[in-house]
Design a protein around this ligand. Structure first.
Ligand code: SF4
Length: 74
């Protein structure tokens, strides 16, 4: 029997370096309407991969970022 492959459950998208440097970063939980003052997502999604600090770290390490498809800004 083939052992189960271990893969990341959250897909990260490639971000063009020019775009990364050109635009303000408003795609993290820290900027989202659904992010509460306790540091959690009010919709119940895991916020850790979508926090600005983690996204910055991911981008600098791999050129990829985990974007949340439910992100909203008022
Ligand atoms: S909806 Fe997505 S971006 Fe917004 S707080 Fe929840 S996990 Fe973060």
């Amino acid at each position: 029997m083939t052992p189960k492959r271990i893969t990341p459950s959250i897909k990260k998208d490639v971000v063009n370096p020019t775009d990364y440097n050109r635009y303000e970063h408003r795609w993290s939980c820290d900027e989202c309407t659904h992010f509460d003052h306790k540091g959690a997502c009010t919709l119940g999604y895991p916020s850790a991969p979508h926090r600005l600090e983690q996204q910055t770290k991911d981008y600098l390490m791999s050129g990829r970022i985990a974007f949340c498809r439910f992100h909203e800004i008022d």
